[in-house]
Design a protein. Structure first.
Length: 211
């Protein structure tokens, strides 16, 4: 049972059953999230990530992240920037691609690179992370804590197709995908936090700037 939205704290959440899993939907911010009691244990979650073949030796994955770097991140890169790849996973491919482009990049991941970041960064990438983060308030608060004034957060997560089409949507079939955003959700985040939404493709990519 869930009484409030973990993102915007609205009490208006309703349950939805998908193949024996209960998801909640917030009408106020369009955020969808799995019932907390049905999440994987941390051990099982980490084991699932370790099954992914996400490395520099996987051409398809490298191409996928290179496209994100070129189209979403590169327009905001400037010489001397301090950059953090937040949620880098077991193979920090995006950070390596950023380094090959001539920029320094640090990494953080709660499972695979758990040393907490220090200070602030001019640009933070957060790719395929939002859908795994159980506590969106803690996630966004931590991102903003480490983002310099005027800095950018470049995110990628597949936006959900609406509550009506959600049950048949493929993206929630990965057991580690537990929360889902939409364009409306991004706009609510813009109002809740000191962020301005400066770019979105309304599909799976967005850029925020700290104001």
């Amino acid at each position: 049972m869930c009484s409030a939205c973990p993102l915007c704290n609205s009490p208006g959440v309703s349950g939805n059953l998908v193949k024996q899993l209960t998801y909640y939907w917030c009408e106020s911010c369009d955020y969808i999230f799995l019932d907390p009691g049905q999440r994987l244990t941390p051990e099982r979650e980490k084991a699932r990530y370790e099954e992914h073949n996400n490395s520099m030796e996987e051409p398809g994955y490298v191409k996928f992240l290179q496209a994100f770097l070129d189209g979403t991140v590169a327009p905001y890169l400037r010489p001397g920037m301090r950059i953090l790849d937040y949620g880098c996973g077991p193979g920090p491919v995006l950070a390596e691609l950023i380094r090959r482009a001539g920029f320094a990049a640090e990494v953080y991941d709660p499972f695979f690179s758990p040393t907490p970041p220090t200070g602030t960064y001019d640009l933070i990438t957060c790719t395929e992370v939002l859908e795994h983060a159980y506590d969106p308030g803690a996630l966004w608060t931590n991102l903003i804590k480490h983002l310099a004034a005027g800095g950018y957060i470049c995110v990628m997560t597949r936006f959900h197709p609406g509550i009506g089409d959600f049950p048949g949507w493929w993206y929630h079939r990965d057991a580690t995908h537990v929360v889902f955003y939409s364009q409306k959700t991004l706009e609510v985040i813009e109002r809740l936090y000191p962020l301005r939404l400066v770019q979105t493709d309304s599909f799976d990519k967005a850029v925020f700037q700290r104001v």
